[in-house]
Design a protein around this ligand. Structure first.
Ligand SMILES: [Fe+2]
Ligand SMILES: [Fe+2]
Length: 140
């Protein structure tokens, strides 16, 4: 079963961000499914790497929009992205050292899932509202 169903994903008022979130959901669910279904360590390594690459692109995309629109809380929002990226890198390292599937499952279920949901409902939502106000007339 997927970690996060598409219908559980909160929507924001800026369509480009919703599309990026939807894409990330696919990578996240593929990785989580591989862990739950007991696929090989190598397969999980590969899916983890793909997920991480997508997370970096997701965050870079939003940070670019924030810079272009001079978003008032840039430091706060991008700081949260950096913190989570470091956390994900640490989780990947621990997975590679310990090959502990229960730890991975728990992290994604109990830490990452609530985080991403909350992040979209708060910082991403405020950023999307700002983009709509400030960038009316611009297309990115
Ligand atoms: Fe986002
Ligand atoms: Fe964000």
């Amino acid at each position: 079963m997927a970690l996060i169903e598409k219908r559980e994903l909160p929507l924001v008022g800026y369509q480009g961000m919703n599309l990026v979130h939807e894409r990330e959901l696919d990578y996240l669910n593929s990785l989580y499914d591989a862990v739950v279904e007991g696929r090989s360590d190598e397969e999980i390594d590969r899916l983890f790497e793909e997920f991480l690459r997508d997370v970096r692109e997701h965050f870079a995309y939003e940070e670019d929009l924030m810079r272009k629109s001079h978003f008032f809380a840039y430091e706060c929002h991008s700081g949260e992205h950096s913190r989570v990226l470091e956390e994900l890198e640490a989780v990947k390292k621990r997975w590679q050292n310990e090959r502990d599937r229960e730890f991975l499952k728990r992290y994604f279920k109990e830490t990452f899932k609530p985080w991403i949901t909350e992040h979209i409902l708060t910082m991403d939502t405020v950023t999307a509202q700002w983009l709509n106000r400030v960038m009316a007339g611009f297309t990115y």
